[in-house]
Write a protein that binds this ligand. Sequence first.
Ligand code: PLP
Length: 344
Amino acid sequence: MVPDGAVLVANGKQALSLVAQELRERGVRTVLAPDHYCLTMIQPFQLEGLRVRHLPTDALALLDAEVLRHAIADDAHQAVLHCEVYGARAGERLLSALTEARAHGVPVVVDATHSLLAAAHDPGDYLVASLRKLLPVPDGGFALGVGHPALPERAAADEAATQLALTALELGRKPGRSPASVAEYLDAMGAAEEAMLDLLRPVAMSGIALQWLRQLDVQAWRQSRRAHAAQLIAWLIASGHTVLNADTAECGVVVRVRDAPAAEQALLEAGVICPISWPRPEGLPQEAPWRSDLVTLPVDRFPLPSVVTEMKGYLTATVVDSLFVPMRDQVGSGAAQNRWYSGR
Ligand SMILES: Cc1ncc(COP(=O)(O)O)c(C=O)c1O
């Protein structure tokens, strides 16, 4: 899962920072990135003084192959950030656009944060991932393709963030999902995320995270997430809902909704914490498009056999029917048109 030769750091942003530094040194000035993103993916490039140009994405939120092909031709001093978002891999057209980019000397950075548990990744010049999103480790990320820089010593702030994440992980393991326990868990997670947000200077992954990573039975972890996802998907599809990432749902099951922020809030009130939530960035120009039709459902929060049973309980008919867009209401989303729509 962590490829040989990769540099281990404390989070995904730091892995992207190492890549951004190298891109700048290579003369790259602009990064072509998807228009569906989280700021933490983008910020490391901006901090290195690189311009980020967002390109339209397709139904799966992957870069649009044709637009990318045209954008590559604009300027040689560019790089591409291709995120395997929600575990999705590039289709044939995007793969060939990415190959074309590399053939033109435009480096491709593959972000495998959501596809970390997949057996393989799309080809690129750099591979990066945050380890702490899909694995039960308090910190961690890796970058492959960069040189091996001498990383500075971990500072007190790095250790503090790790400690906060350990507390959150501990709470997350507790069974039960009373409103009070959800609130406590959310507070702990919020504090850990807040602390991690500022840690942009690449440092080594903590000793404890490394130890946990080495002890983790990755195969069993992957299997349990897949099994939870499969049960959840079967139920969603039987209820007439649309699942976008049925084949890659180890990162969370992606469903289409009418209004993602409202659905996330309703789910939260029902005790379900959406694992990947990309709200519209503040300050994004009004005319800029932003997807607000995707919500992720967790497949791991309580790694207990009862997890899906619990989830079904929380996804009450009221929550689902008022907020989720049933398959039949979606224009042009039949299975024949898009294999990711695996509904009836
Ligand atoms: C696709 C992707 N890349 C990178 C990151 C940054 O990872 P970290 O939060 O560990 O810095 C995230 C964080 O959510 C992400 O979703």
